[in-house]
Design a protein around this ligand. Structure first.
Ligand SMILES: [Mn+2]
Length: 354
C-alpha cells in the first residue's frame, strides 16, 4: 500500500482533489475506511488527474492515542503519512480554484469546522443514521451495518476484488471484527452483511480471525507507549460550573501501575491541570485485574475544595477511601462511572460557587 503518501507536487497538478474524510472521533473504523476507500477510488477512477486523500480531522499527535489503530495500521503496512491530519492541507484554495471534492466516511453530516464545504460533498459511505444532508451527493451508501469498513469492503469486492491485497483485507477484517465484537450476535452490533463480508475477507487476509480480534482488543488497552499527558487526554472532557473550570479524564490502568510507570506522576498531573487552566482535574481510574475496580484522583489548587467534594460524593454513596497518593482514593462504589459522577461533581461545584 504505497499510493497514498502526501505528494504536494501531485496535489498542485491534480485536476480534482478528493478529500476522503473520516469523522471527528477518528476511531479505527473512521480512519481505516478512509484509507481503503481512497485507495480503491484511486485505483478504479479512470481519470488519472483525480487524486484521493484520506483525511483524519484530528491533530497528527493524537493518532498515537488510538493504540488499536496504531497497531493495525503498522501490521497492514500503512504509514502514518498515508493519512492527512487536521491543519496539514488547506481546503479553501482547492475550493477557490474549483478542484475540491469531499467524500464523507463513517459520518454523514460535516462537523462544524467544515460546514463551509457542504456544497462539495460528492459521496457518503456510512453506517450511522442518515441525517438527510447534501442532496447533491452522487453516492449515498448509508446502511445500518456494524462497521463502515463492511461497506468499503463490499465496494472493493464489487469493483476490484483482484486488487485487494492480503494486508488490505486484514485492515478491513480487523476493523469489522473490532466494531462487531468478533461478529458476536450477543453484542448486538453485527448484521448479516458484516458476517458475510467478513467471511469473504477471512481467506484473503489469511490470518486466524479470533487471534486478530483478541490482539486488537488487547492493543486497544495497551497504553505502554503513552506518557501521563497522553493517558490524560486520551479520554478527556472539560466542563464549566459557574466560573469553575474542571476536566475529567478516564484512565484504564491502576494508580499503582501508573505510579510505577511514571515516578513523576503527581507533578505531571499538576502540569496538565495548569496547562489547561483548570481549577480541578478529576481522574477516573478503572481497571479489571484481578477484578473490576475504580479509583479516583483529584488534583486542584484548593485542598479545602477537594476535601468538601470528597465529603459530598461520599454523602452520595461514592465510598471514597484515601490511598497512599495525594488526592488519590479507592472508589468503593464501582457503579459510579463518569456518566454518573460528572453530574454530581457539577452539582457540587455549581453550589459551592454560590
Ligand atoms: Mn464507524
Amino acid at each position: 500500500m504505497n499510493l497514498l503518501t502526501l505528494d504536494r507536487n501531485r496535489i498542485s497538478k491534480a485536476g480534482k482533489v478528493c478529500i476522503v474524510m473520516g469523522n471527528e472521533a477518528a476511531d479505527l473504523d473512521s480512519m481505516a475506511s478512509s484509507v481503503l476507500y481512497a485507495l480503491l477510488k484511486s485505483r478504479v477512477d479512470p481519470d488519472p488527474s483525480h487524486i484521493y486523500l484520506p483525511f483524519a480531522p484530528i491533530p497528527k499527535e493524537d493518532f498515537k492515542l488510538r493504540t488499536e489503530a496504531v497497531y493495525l495500521f503498522k501490521e497492514a503496512g500503512v504509514g502514518q503519512d498515508a493519512l492527512l491530519f487536521a491543519g496539514e492541507l488547506e481546503l479553501h484554495p482547492l475550493q477557490k480554484d474549483g478542484r475540491l471534492s469531499l467524500i464523507l466516511m463513517d459520518h454523514n453530516k460535516l462537523s462544524k469546522d467544515y460546514t463551509a464545504y457542504e456544497g462539495f460533498v460528492e459521496e457518503i459511505i456510512d453506517h450511522h443514521k442518515d441525517e438527510g444532508c447534501y442532496a447533491q451527493a452522487k453516492v449515498r451508501k448509508i446502511e445500518p451495518v456494524g462497521s463502515t469498513c463492511t461497506l468499503v469492503a463490499e465496494e472493493y469486492l464489487r469493483l476490484a476484488p483482484q486488487l485487494l491485497s492480503r494486508r488490505e483485507a486484514m485492515l478491513l477484517l480487523g476493523t469489522i471484527l473490532l466494531d462487531t465484537v468478533n461478529l458476536d450476535p450477543k453484542a448486538g452490533r453485527v448484521t448479516p452483511k458484516d458476517t458475510e463480508i467478513a467471511n469473504t475477507l477471512k481467506p484473503k487476509a489469511s490470518i486466524d480471525s479470533n487471534t486478530l480480534f483478541e490482539t486488537l482488543q488487547r492493543e486497544k488497552f495497551n497504553v505502554s507507549d503513552l506518557t501521563t499527558a497522553d493517558l490524560l487526554r486520551k479520554d478527556y472532557k472539560e466542563y464549566m460550573a459557574g466560573k469553575i473550570r474542571y476536566g475529567m479524564s478516564t484512565v484504564l490502568i491502576s494508580l499503582d501501575t501508573w505510579k510505577k510507570k511514571d515516578p513523576l506522576l503527581q507533578r505531571e498531573l499538576e502540569a496538565y491541570r495548569r496547562e489547561r487552566k483548570l481549577d480541578l482535574l478529576v481522574v477516573m481510574i478503572a481497571y479489571t485485574e484481578p477484578k473490576f475496580q475504580r479509583e479516583l484522583v483529584l488534583s486542584g489548587e484548593s485542598e479545602t475544595l477537594i476535601a468538601s467534594l470528597v465529603e459530598y460524593l461520599n454523602a452520595k454513596g461514592a465510598q471514597l477511601v484515601p490511598i497512599g497518593f495525594p488526592g488519590g482514593y479507592t472508589q468503593g462504589n464501582a457503579e459510579y462511572s463518569r456518566k454518573k459522577l460528572q453530574p454530581l461533581v457539577q452539582e457540587f461545584l455549581a453550589s459551592s460557587v454560590g
